[in-house]
Design a protein around this ligand. Structure first.
Ligand code: ZN
Length: 81
């Protein structure tokens, strides 16, 4: 089973499970309906692994100019020397 992220022509994004790539091609030719609008003009979206997205959404806390809470133990300042 493969989980593909799909985008419809309206810009809705959704996910659909397929047995394999051939199954995707078959179903796409038959028309994969968008669950939001029912449109079948859908295209496979660039797969963005959820783990990577989660990591990008939670960056390391920004270091304040005065150091992390003024403790003098700011890891970012330590990296810069
Ligand atoms: Zn749609």
């Amino acid at each position: 089973m493969i989980l593909y992220a799909l985008n419809c022509a309206c810009g809705h994004s959704f996910e659909e499970w397929f047995d394999n790539m051939a199954d995707y091609d078959t179903k796409k030719q038959a028309g994969i309906p968008c669950p939001s609008c029912g449109g079948t003009q859908v295209a496979k979206a660039i797969m963005a692994p959820r783990v990577a997205m989660a990591q990008a959404a939670a960056p390391a806390p920004a270091c304040a100019p005065g150091g992390c809470g003024g403790s003098g133990m700011c890891p970012m300042m330590a990296q810069m020397g």
